[in-house]
Design a protein around this ligand. Structure first.
Ligand code: ADP
Ligand code: MG
Length: 730
């Protein structure tokens, strides 16, 4: 029987190309067609219901029951016209995927009448049987209830799958006592907290500001491989990454893929998933090839943070679904292939006022510049003080393969601001004097904006290696993993910014109370922040060894693994920070920490099992079979009376292969023992540590010998699709 690999390669040659395209359709015509937007609401809701919904979105207040009934009925009418039969609360539990449980509108009344029904109760709250979602011990077994609760600030949408259509209500997911069990609930809290803190600070400059919105524009990297080939690899099917596989003769060294022309089959897939995304209101703007072969990126226009996070989760689902139509598999894993660049998800973040100002965009006048400088310096200070939390927010078993692997940003968090702003900060630091005096007026007349030329917006002044870079009018957090839910890093960023702005206001107010002029007080506090946060600023090459040493001297942390990095969540400092700003109770934070450790353990555990299985059931048999071929050959040569010089190479090869077989076998056995030891460890942190240090330690060893065998064994009997096939054939 030929192997799955060979069947897949045969099929690939015969594959009919699915050529979907826009077919003359305008994007604006399909955009939002499956979304219950403000405009749709106007059409399907009474004036009263519409206004009540809008005001509750703006203020975050509760919607009363009667209004909820009206809104539900409008949603039902709208979706039924589009062929929807079912609805679901759509949420983002800490498993990292999205969750849905469909209910039909259909009900049977007590008198036997059958009708379609969707009322306010069903819209506002559901009680999914949620005992199997990760909860870190928050839900004791006697109280296994979890609730999903409607988030009116994210619009409902219709999800199409094949010919099925479901009305999806974005919700938060909480335990019976209100503790959060998802990404959205804390994110919403952090957005509201930041709104308040930022508005307060804005009032130093502009009393008209009543709302500040955190904005997020993510850039999603991904790989595309042929589905049939991927299905012949148990590691890709079960773990989303290859656990073995020798590097191809041609990798990314020619750098011919970046921004190259998009292969036709992938291009068709892109056009297809883009159209599905537009219907759902995801405002995709760009698509291009990435650095690695088979790697691509897409990015939308930025949106309000909560909606952007929902849209990213949705996009990841849509991509996976649509890929199937094209017999492709999209790999969102951070490191699907060793020796080839991994995938990230840049999170572009800024703050926008309801007066239309981007607070991280340098202004045109000294006054608006002081506002810019305030938010800019506060962000730097926030990152400086809480870099460990940002690192924790992006920690995962997957991302460990990427951070610090000399390609992605290192695990050291630092901030890049560019030459011009560095000069501006230097100037503020040296020219603002300790003594409050008339001199300080000079600073205010500095016209800082003249030193922030347009050049800043230019690509030339960007440092691509920085994990947290200022890019002209926003900060770009680049260390986020490609498969991650952006909710986690955004919650941390919003929270640390909230806390910093609150402190800033306290300090400025204290100086004003002492009789200082507002602007002078602000400049003094900013100068102090600049001095204190210097350590986090780094303009050089983040990939270099010198930086790792320099960072160490500066006292910056370099947590290379998830179990280490996650500890930042449960320090007293972190607990206080999240508690003070109303994001997590101490218990919630501990539970979350536990969940993330458990997730890490499970991921490594599954990989270890799959690796052991592939080694034993795929790789060793292929090696042994090939040895038998060699043995027969040697026997035959001997039989016909040829001398040893005719089979010396074969004998040597036999020995070399045996050596690799032995090593693989030993490591697989040792890995199983290490797993057993780790599983017996009751403390989750210790267990995660054991998986990290003792179980994973065997991965590289097994891989090394498996990859050697791949080079030695007859290609026609090697069972696993090779890197060159996965990366180049489609
Ligand atoms: P790049 O050169 O990195 O692609 P772009 O200006 O094209 O830079 O922006 C990249 C991402 O940043 C896009 O998703 C874009 O929507 C987002 N972005 C731009 N401005 C903001 C902002 N004010 N807040 C958040 N994201 C933004
Ligand atoms: Mg970018």
């Amino acid at each position: 029987m030929s192997s799955l690999r060979h069947q897949a390669l045969n099929e690939l040659a015969k594959e009919e190309k699915n050529i979907s395209h826009y077919n003359g359709k305008k994007i604006s015509a399909m955009f939002n067609s499956n979304v219950f937007t403000g405009r749709t609401m106007r059409e399907y809701l009474s004036d009263e219901a519409y206004k009540s919904l809008m005001s509750s979105i703006k203020s975050g207040s509760k919607i009363d029951r009667r209004m909820a009934d009206q809104i539900a009925s409008g949603m039902k009418a709208w979706s039924e016209e589009r062929g929807v039969t079912h609805y679901t609360h759509w949420f983002q539990p800490l498993t990292g995927t999205t969750a849905e449980k469909h209910d039909s509108f259909f009900t049977i009344k007590s008198d036997g009448a059958t009708i379609e029904l969707f009322d306010g109760d069903a819209l506002i709250q559901q009680e999914p049987d949620a005992s199997s979602f990760p909860n870190g011990g928050i839900r004791a077994t006697f109280e296994a209830r979890g609730y999903t609760a409607w988030d009116p600030s994210s619009p409902a949408f219709i999800m199409e799958s094949g010919h099925g259509k479901t009305l999806c209500i974005p919700t938060i997911f909480i335990a019976y006592n209100g503790e959060s069990l998802d990404y959205k609930a804390p994110l919403l809290k952090s957005i509201a907290a930041l709104d308040k803190a930022a508005v307060d600070v804005c009032h130093y400059f502009d009393k008209n500001v009543t709302k500040v919105t955190a904005t997020l524009g993510w850039e999603q990297e991904y790989f595309v491989v042929d589905e049939t080939l991927a299905n012949a690899r148990p590691d890709l099917v079960m773990c989303g990454r290859t656990l073995v596989g020798h590097a191809p003769a041609k990798g990314q060294q020619l750098e011919d893929h970046y921004f190259g022309s998009i292969p036709e089959r992938t291009y068709a897939f892109m056009q297809d998933f883009e159209q599905e995304s537009y219907k759902l209101g995801i405002p995709l703007r760009t698509r291009h090839n990435e650095v690695a072969p088979g790697q691509f990126e897409c990015a939308p226009m930025f949106e309000e943070c909560n909606i952007a996070v929902d849209h990213n989760s949705l996009l990841m689902d849509v991509m996976a679904k649509v890929a199937k139509r094209h017999k492709l598999k999209v790999l969102l894993h951070e490191k699907p292939f060793a020796g080839v660049n991994g995938s990230g998800k840049h999170n572009n973040w800024s703050l926008a006022t309801d007066t239309g100002v981007n607070l991280l965009s340098p202004g045109k006048t000294p006054r608006t510049n002081l506002m810019f400088l305030t938010f800019f310096v506060n962000t730097i200070k926030a990152v400086h003080e809480h870099a460990d939390l940002l690192r924790a927010a992006i920690a995962s078993a997957n991302n460990d393969h990427r951070l610090g692997a000399n390609e992605a940003p290192p695990a050291i968090i630092s901030v890049y601001i560019g030459k011009y702003l560095t000069e501006v900060l230097n100037e503020v630091e040296t020219r603002v004097k300790d003594k409050f005096s008339e001199q300080d007026e000079v600073i205010l007349k500095l016209d800082i904006h003249k030193q922030i030329p347009e050049l800043l917006m230019d690509n030339t002044d960007r440092n691509r290696t920085s994990p947290f870079a200022f890019t002209g009018n926003k900060f770009e957090f680049r260390a986020v993993g490609s498969s991650a839910n952006c909710g986690s890093p955004m919650t941390v960023l919003n929270t640390i910014m909230t806390n910093t702005l609150k402190e800033f206001k306290r300090e400025v107010d204290a100086l004003i109370e002492k009789g200082e002029k507002k602007e002078i007080a602000i400049m003094h506090v900013l100068r102090d922040y600049i001095s204190k946060s210097r350590n986090i600023l780094f303009e050089g090459d983040n990939y270099s060894d010198e930086w790792a040493e320099e960072a160490k001297r500066r006292g910056l942390n370099n947590f290379k693994t998830t179990p280490e990095a996650l500890e930042a969540y449960v320090t007293e400092k972190a607990k206080q920070l999240f508690f003070d700003n109303g994001i997590y109770s101490k218990r919630e934070l501990e539970a979350r920490h536990e969940i993330m450790l458990e997730d890490y353990v499970k991921k490594v555990q599954i990989e270890a099992r799959i690796l052991g299985y592939m080694a034993t059931n795929h790789i060793l048999p292929a090696a042994v079979n090939y040895q038998n071929v060699l043995l027969n050959n040697v026997k035959g040569l001997k039989e016909v009376g040829l001398g040893e010089e005719t089979y010396a190479a074969q004998l040597n090869l036999l020995k070399v292969i045996s050596g690799h077989i032995q090593k693989i076998n030993d490591n697989v056995e040792a890995m199983i023992e290490a797993r057993k030891r780790a599983n017996n460890e009751p403390d989750m942190h210790k267990r995660a540590d054991m998986y990290c240090k003792e179980v994973k330690a065997h991965f590289d060893e097994i891989r090394y010998h498996a990859d050697k065998l791949e080079l030695l064994v007859d290609d026609t009997t090697w069972p696993l699709p090779k890197y060159r096939e996965l990366l180049y054939l489609r």
